[in-house]
Structures are given as C-alpha cells and as structure tokens.
Design a protein around this ligand. Structure first.
Ligand code: ARG
Ligand code: ZN
Length: 872
C-alpha cells in the first residue's frame, strides 16, 4: 500500500516502557516483550501492532492469556479490539536469525559456527523482532535482558547503560541493559557473539565519564584505532560547535561485514559496515580514512540530531539525515581542507543527486508518499537535504544558526519532530521567517538558474539579470520559484573582488549574498569600476544548475585568478564541460579544449597551489556527470569524448613535466597520513594517470614498480588502478598479486572486485560474470554486490551499456536472484537502470526490454516500487 504524508494521524496507543527478554540462538531466538501501553484518546480504539515473520508462542494482557478469539494475527499485524486504557501486553515470539537474508531485524553475520548476531531496525526492522507500533513517533523507555550461551556469545550488547549481568545454568549467562532515554524502536539494537574490543575513557565537557568501546571480530580489532580517534574528535567537536554532550555512561560501536547500509546510529550502540570503520595503512586508502572519519562522526552526531530529537514519521527522514550530513560536512571541513571538502560534496551531489533529480525516481527531499520507505534513503534525502540545511544556516549566519539549533534542541528534545518545527525553531533565533524554504523540501528537481551580467560604463553600474526554472518531475508538472541564495563577487582585472553596493544599501563588501526568490529579477550594483567578470554561486551557495553564460576566456580568467577555491575549481569544471561538448560534437578543432589545456598548463608549475586542489583542477568532471548533458546519451561516445580531454591535457602538459613532477612528489612520499602528505599523494597519482597517456611504457613500468614496493594501500591501489585504466600488460599480474595478498580480508578484496568492475574493457561484462562465480563472491553480501555489480552498472558506463545489451542482461538476472534474498539490496541495484529513457534508441530498447521482463516477475515490494517508478 501507499503511505501518504497528508494522512498522518498521531498514534492511538503509546508505549511508556518496554521490557524485552531474548533467549538468543543462531536459528532459534525467543523474544518476550512486555509493552506498557497507554491509550492516547478517551474513546476505545483497537490496538494494531506491526509484526512480520514472527511465530507466536503466547499472548497475555495484564498477566491473563488471551483466547484465539480475542486477537487477530496476520502476516503483517497483530490486532486486539478490547483493551483497558492502560495495560501490559506480553507476547512471546520465535524467530530464526540464521534464515534472515534480508539483513533487517535480528540476523546472523558470518557463519553459523563463527559469526555473531546483530540487528538493523531502521526503518521497519523492529517488526521482525516483536509485535510493536513500528513508527518513529512512539517513544518508549527500553529495558533489555539478553540470555545466551556464554561460550558462543560471550559479548551481549544492547542500547543504553549496563544494568547487571550474571550466570545461568547450563553454561548460559545474562546481561541487562537500560536505556534511560525514551526512543523509537528503529533505534533499538542488540549484538551477541565473540567479539574483540578496544576501549578508551572520555570525559564530556559537562563532566560525564564515558567508556568508549569499539568491537570487531578477531584481527580486525587492530584496525579500529583510527575510528576511536575520529570518535573522540567528533565528540569534542559537537560539544564545542553545538554544545551537544554525550548522555550515557558507555558508547559502543560494532563492525560487521554484513550490512545493508553504511552504518546505523542505534542509541549508544552504533553498528557499522566494516568498510566504514576499519582503517590501517596496509589495508586502507586515504579516501577510506576520510570515509571512516566522516561516518563515525555522522553516526555519533545522530545522537542529538536523530535520537534526542527524532522524526515524527518517515517523510521527515531528511530532518535527521540532511541535518546530520550537514554537520558531518562541517566537521570534515574543520578537520581537513574546507575547500576540498566542499568540492567533494558537490561532486557527490552532481554525480548522484542531480541525476536522481532529473530522472524517473526524482522525489522531494520530503516525499509526499511512498510504498517502500527503504527506497527513500537516497541522495536527495541525504545530500540535497544537507544542501538545504546549508542554505538555511548560511541565511541565518553562524551566530543565529547556533542559537537556532539551541532552540531546536530546547523545544524538541525527547520528541518526534517535523521539518516545519525545525524551521520554526531556527527562525525564532533572529525572527526570520524560514517558511519559504519549505518549498525546497516539497519540490523535486534541480532548479536551473540563468544569470546574465552587463556593465553600464556610463552609469558605472553592473546589472545582473537572473531567471530560475525548475523542470517538471514525476507527479509535479508545475514548479514554484524557490529562494536561492546567490553568493557572488565582481572581480576586477587583477582578480580582486570589487566593492559591491546595491542601490538600496550603503555597505560595500567585496562579496554579497543575493536572495533571489522569484522567477526573474534584476539586481543593480552601483559605483562599480569596470569589472572583468562576475563570480557567481561562490562555494556552491545553492544546489542549482547555473548557466552564467561565460565563455572560455572568462572561465580561464576565473581559473587563474578567483580567490574562492571552490569557484576556481568550478571554473575548471565549466571549461572542461565546454571542451567536452565540443569533442562530443566532433568539431575538428575545439578552441575551448585548447583554452582548458593552456590554462592548466600555466597553473601546473605554480608551487603555491595546494597539490590536492591542483589534482582536482586537472580532473575533468566524471563521465556520469558529463553524461547528463548528452541528449540522447550514447555512453560510448561520451566516454570517447572525455578520453579526448584527458589525452589532450596530458599532451599539453607534456611527458617531461609530468615525469618530473611525478618523480619529485614520489621522492617526498613516505606514506604519512597527515593532510599535506595526502594532498601530495593525490597529485602524485593524478600525475601518474596523465603521464601514462603520453609515455605509456616508462610510466607503466614505474607504476608496476611502485605497486610492488608500495608502503601502504593508497599507493598500491592507485598504481593498480592506473595500470588497469591504461590497459597496461602489468595490470593482470598486479591484479593476481592483489587477490593473493588480501584474499582473507573482505573489505580489501572488495577493492579488487571494484577495480575489475570499473575496468574500461570490451570484455568487462564477461569478467564480471566470471567474478560472480569467484569463491569469495556472494549475492548474499551487500558489500560484494555493491563492489562488483553496483560499480559495474553505475561507474562503468561504456562497459555496462555495451551495445549488445549484455550488461543489461547480466544485471537483470542478478537482480532476480538478489531480490529473493535481500530486497533492499536488489532495489538499490535496480536504481542503476533508471536512466534508460535518456539512452540512444538502440540501447534504450534493450534496457527497456530488460526492465519489462523484470517488472513481469514476482518481486519484493522494494524492487517492484523501483521498477514501477522507473518505467513510469
Ligand atoms: N540512519 C542510517 C544513517 O544514515 C541509515 C540507515 C538506513 N537504513 C535503511 N533501512 N535504509 O546513518
Ligand atoms: Zn544518517
């Protein structure tokens, strides 16, 4: 069925407290639940609880067994008509964690012999554990008692604070947990098994002694130190930036190899996909370190934005996710280079969210309806949601933003809130009305912003004409104008920002933020001395597609002189886009390509440039991003055009310069983990890629040597990837070596699957198919599926879209198999097919046929929802 935001009704029954008792076993777990219920209204109302895949053993109300006639049980619910307004409902259920391949509810990670039990409840997994009002606006205090065999399950964890433990008969033991903070059931978690741990004491700013512990299986615990370090930094940062202190005596994190998502913020017991927790130099690249830092912080930050203040319903998902991603971005920016972080955020936004927003799965940050909520953990809800929070924070300014957040916590701590309440609390800080931003939450699609500037020398006036337009999206044919904060500067001939005075104001800062909130408007700046060019949307001040109408010469000027690091990079991107368009059109001479190459060649030797920024300047937009401008899309042609860009740049920079820069950076390389070393490595590896294009034999020999001697993973991985991308003969032996070295480590071996899935080869489809039969591959494991299949379908456009349609058939067949095991994973993989309608006709027909065959099959609700919306 379809659930609609407009149909929200407050729960008829509340749960004040819940007592849960688990007798844990791999294939039989018994769950006793005592729900202390209280009816909300005065009129009698039936109690309807959610429940799925549960076997009922007993049911009692206030201690008395119910007769079969006193309740109705079906596949998804338990219904009781006549109940006292205050009562205790006790149910006893049996579940089979080992048979749970969906990885939602209580399930087994790893083998029955060695693995451990854990839970994932968001969004609707708790109903697979016991009957319960499985909705986020029912907040209860949880008491949990875990019983299990001590040998098999020495570690027994749940949310909250420890509340006793002891021995039982037959080698069993018990551990009790109490979580004093009322919470919705999606934040429930338990973990049971043989786990190693590291621990560290922490004292909060407000004086609480907290024991921090990270748990992992076996040797993996040796790779948890960095996560602990990141956690401590995140805790301090949240105290300093938001005044948020941790609120329990323990904070636990557990790593698992079997997880549908990145990580989960269960109260006091975060559970992580091992891929985002484990980090050491031997196994992890610089990017992996950055992900661990960001995701540890993200889950920790949820303790206030998500847990202390949760969501009224799942339509408000971005209330916690967009806000928490924003906080995570701020944290990462503070820990590393803010400019680079902003560039990465925008890259991610463009290559996933913009595509989503332009296709058949487009939906508002706050959707109006859903039929499978799992399908709304999207780039739109997370990343566009974060951009909305960023605009609002920018609009308020740092001090009012902080006051607004304080007010939000003050008003809604312990509650399940809405986006409206969030905006009202924030706005109260300085009396601003933020309600116009609700349109951003309600309206799907990426706004297109057109800007045209003109200098009137006689009047010494600069006029900026703005227009906005948001294209139609499914279910939303007509769009309203949105409030768009446009951060801008007018640059003089030397690149310095000119003082800006609007006709109505006296102050003249060098940079301004215009609030543009109508379909079109004109802004006039007075007393302006001959501006060279306008630099618009500095720092990417709004998630829009900007058409500033700048030609190659203006972009080259910005690339040379703009002082806003983000916009400097953006100028390089725009210039590369112009060059790409020219190459794609097959023009014999592409002047923009020349300008792009020449300007970069000028910047390349400049020692003052941050090497990481230079590496990004030297990288044209990803193919996924560029492909959005192709209509219709021929992925092979787009790939060829982008290759032409890379090749031209490499030739322009020249073998000598690239070889020399590579050698110079290599000499400085000691595998250090600090920011400066990471920045140098980024440029080192970018130079290798370009050098390989102009001196393939020498560069490949160097890459193979560096691969073999690599002191750490960043270098080893970069060299292997470069060899593969270049199609060098050394690639295969290096791949074989990699498989041998890391055979026993799933997280690292996934990189090996990823590299092959992304290889630009004509037989990649066959290779991916062969790898599906590899002993270390399994369709049951979401990380394997993502490494091999998701990467193939989403990050290797020419191979996936091979003209014979073999890539489509491969994914079609895999989807049918995965869906029978794990609908969440199947549905996510299926989103890779969403752009079928934009393809050139031959591929479009083939992909559409695959989709139609899939849609005729009997599939899970999650997968069916994606397929149905994809076909439109
Ligand atoms: N709340 C988690 C996070 O972003 C993600 C959980 C996703 N769960 C799901 N069923 N889609 O930190
Ligand atoms: Zn989150």
């Amino acid at each position: 069925g379809v659930v609609r935001l407009a149909d929200y009704v407050a729960p008829a029954w509340r749960v004040d407290e819940v007592e849960l008792e688990f007798d844990l076993g791999i294939s039989v777990t018994q769950v006793r639940a005592r729900l202390h219920l209280r009816r909300s209204g005065v009129t009698p109302q039936a109690l309807v609880l959610d429940g799925a895949g549960l076997q009922l053993q007993a049911i009692r109300v206030d201690g008395r067994e119910l007769a079969d006639t006193q309740y109705t049980l079906d596949e998804t619910s338990l219904r009781i008509e006549q109940l006292p307004a205050v009562c205790v409902l006790e149910t006893l259920a049996l579940i089979d964690p080992a048979a749970n391949s969906a990885l939602s509810g209580l399930y087994l990670s790893g083998s029955a012999e060695h693995g451990f039990l854990l839970t994932q409840c968001e969004a609707e997994g708790f109903r697979r554990i016991t009957w319960y009002p499985d909705r986020p606006d029912v907040l209860a205090k949880f008491h949990v008692l875990l019983r299990a065999d001590r040998q098999r399950f020495p570690v027994l964890l749940a949310n909250g604070n420890p509340a006793g433990s002891g021995e039982l008969e037959d080698g069993r033991h018990w551990v009790a947990w109490v979580d004093p903070h009322p919470k919705p059931c999606y934040l429930f978690a338990l973990v049971a098994g043989r786990l190693e741990k590291i621990e560290q004491e922490y004292r909060t700013a407000d004086g609480r002694a907290v024991m921090l512990r990270i748990f992992a299986e076996g040797d993996a615990i040796a790779r948890c130190g960095y996560a602990m370090d990141a956690l401590v930094r995140a805790m301090r940062w949240d105290e300093q930036q938001y005044g948020c202190n941790y609120d329990l005596d323990v904070f636990h994190i557990v790593a698992t190899h079997d997880f549908n998502m990145g990580a989960m913020e269960n109260k006091g017991l975060n559970i992580f996909n091992a891929k985002y927790l484990l980090a050491d130099p031997q196994h992890s690249s610089d990017d992996d370190y950055a992900h661990v830092e960001a995701i540890v912080a993200h889950e920790y930050f949820h303790n206030w934005t998500g847990n202390r203040v949760t969501c009224r319903d799942w339509f408000q998902l971005s209330l916690k996710e967009g806000l928490t991603v924003y906080r995570e971005q701020q944290f990462s920016a503070d820990m590393n280079s803010a400019t680079l972080k902003r560039i990465e955020d925008v890259q991610i936004l463009r290559r996933s969210q913009f595509i989503e927003d332009a296709g058949p799965l487009a939906h508002p940050v706050r959707p109006e309806q859903y039929s499978a909520i799992d399908n709304f953990y999207t780039a739109t809800v997370y990343d566009k949601g974060a951009e909305l929070v960023r605009m609002i924070a920018g609009r308020l300014g740092a001090a009012a933003w902080r006051r607004g957040m304080d007010e939000y916590f003050l008003r809604h701590d312990g509650e399940a809130a809405t986006v409206e309440q969030f905006l009202a609390a924030l706005g109260s800080a300085d009396g601003s009305d933020l309600s116009p931003y609700l349109r951003w939450y309600a309206q799907a699609g990426t706004p297109q912003l057109q800007a045209r500037g003109e200098y009137d020398a006689a009047q010494r006036c600069y006029r900026l004409d703005l227009q906005q337009h948001t294209p139609a999206t499914p279910g939303q044919p007509h769009k309203q104008a949105l409030p768009i904060p446009l951060r801008l500067a007018l640059l003089g001939d030397d690149g310095k920002a000119l003082p800006l005075r609007l006709h109505d104001s006296a102050d003249a800062p060098g940079e301004r933020v215009l609030e543009f909130d109508s379909d079109r408007a004109r802004f006039e700046f007075q007393d302006i001395d001959a501006p060279r060019v306008a630099s618009l949307l500095r720092g990417f001040s709004a998630p829009v597609r900007l058409d500033a109408g700048l030609g190659a010469a203006d972009l080259a000027f910005l690339l040379r002189f703009e002082s806003d690091g983000f916009n400097r990079w953006e100028a390089a991107q725009q210039l590369a886009r112009l060059a790409f368009a020219g190459c794609l059109a097959g023009a014999p001479v592409v002047p923009e390509l020349g300008t792009w190459c020449d300007t970069l060649a000028e910047l390349f030797p400049q020692a003052a440039l941050d090497p990481a920024l230079l590496a990004e300047l030297l990288t044209p937009p990803e193919l996924n991003d560029l492909a959005q401008s192709c209509d219709p899309l021929d992925p092979a042609a787009a790939h060829t055009a982008r290759e032409a860009l890379e090749q031209a740049l490499a030739q322009r920079l020249g073998a000598n310069a690239l070889r020399a820069r590579h050698a110079q950076l290599l000499q400085a390389e000691r595998g250090d983990l600090d920011g400066a070393a990471r920045a140098r490595r980024r440029l080192l590896n970018r130079c290798l890629r370009l050098w390989l294009r102009v001196e393939p034999i020498a560069a490949a020999a160097m890459a193979a040597q560096r691969y073999a001697e690599a002191p750490a993973m960043t270098e080893r991985l970069a060299c292997l990837a470069a060899l593969l991308a270049a199609g060098a003969e050394q690639a295969q032996p290096a791949l074989d070596d990699f498989a041998c070295r890391y055979d026993a480590d799933p997280v690292t071996l996934d990189k090996w699957f990823v590299l092959q899935a992304q290889a630009p080869r004509s037989d990649t489809v066959e290779r991916v198919a062969a790898l599906m039969a590899h002993p270390r591959f399994s369709l049951r494991n979401p990380n394997r599926v993502s490494a091999l299949l998701q990467n193939f379908a989403v990050r290797n456009l020419p191979a996936f879209h091979r003209p014979d349609g073999a890539g489509y058939v491969l994914i079609e067949q895999a989807l049918a198999q995965i869906d029978a095991l794990n609908p969440t994973t199947a549905a996510r993989l299926a989103t890779a097919l969403k752009d079928w309608a934009r393809l050139e006709p031959a591929r479009r027909r083939l992909l559409q046929a695959s989709l139609q065959r899939l849609v005729r099959r009997d599939s899970s609700q999650d997968l069916a929802d994606i397929l149905r919306r994809t076909l439109g």
